[in-house]
Each structure stands twice: as structure tokens, then as C-alpha cells.
Design a protein around this ligand. Structure first.
Ligand code: DX5
Ligand code: ZN
Length: 213
């Protein structure tokens, strides 16, 4: 389990200039770059595929944290691992053979995570707990950045920390200096932030605010 890590989500960054976004994230001290991959089927929005990771990789020193919001991610694992993913998180609700896909992610030599939508109970991770490095708790409905934090997710974070004391627990959606304090107190140690970081005047200070919340 890591200490507190900030994972900068590029979803609400200037997507017309990912090279500078990657440099800004490196300079901010947010050690992870979070890629919200959406297929227009699991969620209505469509974002980007493994080719974007490949394009950004030469310009980034960050850990590539891939969040697959896709229906049946089975065929994506090899593509994203080869494109430079350091971790791939799949949704418990994505309708694939979750255990097989998590094991395929590990056989690619990278970190494996399982994500829960807001309405999915913490207990959904129990069958997979020994096959993941990280549990991602959505604190907004998946699909878009810039949404409001869902405080009723805090008991779920607490429950997951009790279920998985040594695993990384990542939270994703509506994270800012105020909500960062709440989720860390509940047991989260990896904070995804997009809007808060990319709308800030000083991204390094913003990242520090989250780390020290
Ligand atoms: C939702 C996305 C967002 C994004 C971060 O599917 O996963 O949660 O990463 O969004 P904000 O802008 O709220 O930090
Ligand atoms: Zn995400």
C-alpha cells in the first residue's frame, strides 16, 4: 500500500495539448497520470484509447493509471499494457470474466485494480480481493469530470478499508481540498483529481493541498 498519491485525471485538461499537460503534471508532483477511458457503451461518453497513452508516454515521467470505463475490457488489456499502462483498473460492473481479466493484467506485469460505481456495494470486491492491488471507489457517477462529490460514498470507503487494510484505495470524482480530507479520513490513499488541479492557478500548490489535506 502506497502513502498518499495524487493521480491527475486528464479528462478535464486541455486535450488539445497533452504534451504540456504531461509536463505540468510532472512538475506538479502528482506522481500518477489518470486516463479515463470511456467507450460510449458502459458510459454514454467516449474519450480515448490506448493510442493516446502511446502518444503521451515519451513526454511523461508519471505512473500511467488507466481507468477502463468500458463494456467487456477483455480485449483492451494487451493494447493498454503495450501502450505504457502501469496499472489498469476495470469495473466490477463491466460484464467480463473479472477474475480472468484481473489475472491477465497481472500477467502483463502491471498493477490491477477493480472499480465500483456509486450504487455497487463494497462487498462486490470480496471475490477479487486477492487478485487486485487497488480498489477504485467512484465518488461521482462515471462519465464526466467536474461533477459534485457524493458524500454518501464515505461509509463505503470506510468499509473497504476495513475489508482490505493493505490495498490501495483510490477515489475518483469531485476531489478538492475539502473532500480530500474526508476521503483520507475514511481510508482512501490515492486521490484522482481533474478539475481541481487543471483549473488551479498553481497546480503544484493544488497537488500539495490534496496531499496535505
Ligand atoms: C468520471 C471520471 C472523473 C474524473 C475526475 O468518470 O473518472 O471522476 O476522473 O473528475 P474531477 O474533474 O471531478 O476531478
Ligand atoms: Zn477515473
Amino acid at each position: 500500500m502506497h502513502g498518499t498519491i495524487i493521480s491527475a485525471s486528464i479528462l478535464n485538461s486541455d486535450l488539445s495539448d497533452l504534451r504540456s499537460t504531461a509536463r505540468k503534471v510532472d512538475e506538479s508532483g502528482a506522481g500518477w497520470l489518470h486516463f479515463d477511458v470511456m467507450d460510449g457503451s458502459f458510459v454514454e461518453n467516449i474519450t480515448f484509447g490506448s493510442s493516446v497513452l502511446k502518444a503521451v508516454k515519451p513526454y511523461s515521467g508519471a505512473f500511467f493509471d488507466v481507468h477502463l470505463m468500458v463494456t467487456d475490457p477483455t480485449r483492451q488489456i494487451k493494447l493498454f499494457a503495450e501502450a505504457g499502462a502501469d496499472n489498469i483498473t476495470i469495473h466490477a460492473e463491466s460484464g467480463c470474466d473479472t477474475l480472468a481479466v484481473l489475472r491477465e493484467i497481472h500477467s502483463a506485469g502491471i498493477g490491477a485494480g477493480i472499480a465500483l460505481k456509486p450504487r455497487t456495494p463494497a462487498s462486490a470486491v470480496i471475490p477479487f480481493i486477492n487478485d487486485v492491488d487497488m480498489i477504485l471507489v467512484m465518488t461521482v457517477e462515471p462519465g464526466y469530470g467536474g461533477q459534485g462529490f457524493m458524500p454518501d460514498m464515505l461509509p463505503k470507503i470506510k468499509e473497504l478499508r476495513a475489508l482490505a487494510p493493505d490495498k490501495d484505495i483510490e477515489v475518483d470524482g469531485g476531489i478538492n481540498a475539502e473532500t480530500a480530507k474526508l476521503v483520507k479520513e475514511a481510508g482512501a490513499n490515492i486521490l484522482v483529481a481533474g478539475t481541481y488541479l487543471f483549473r488551479s492557478e498553481d497546480m503544484h500548490k493544488a497537488a500539495e493541498n490534496l496531499k496535505n489535506a
